[in-house]
Design a protein around this ligand. Sequence first.
Ligand code: SF4
Length: 93
Amino acid sequence: MAHSSVSSDMESNWMTLGNCSNHPPETFFPSDGVGVEVAKKICAECPSQEPCLEYALAHRIDHGVWGGTSERQRRRILKARKEARAVISGRTR
Ligand code: SF4
């Protein structure tokens, strides 16, 4: 399992089901855009995609492909969620 080293027992159920186990860990820590796309295609078929993404977002993991997203995509998601929370709470920033 590529990402299991950062999980706790409570959080790792989804990891045992992930498609990561069929691929070398380095597949999910690519060094270029082509590698990112390869990893994202594997994630697209993974039954654990949603919990995997939420785990990476919750733990602010900024390296590697998690839940079908690149580092840049996760930063955008976090920023969008932060802005959405600000709007809901009535703040503009
Ligand atoms: S979504 Fe991708 S990174 Fe996450 S468990 Fe599945 S294959 Fe691994």
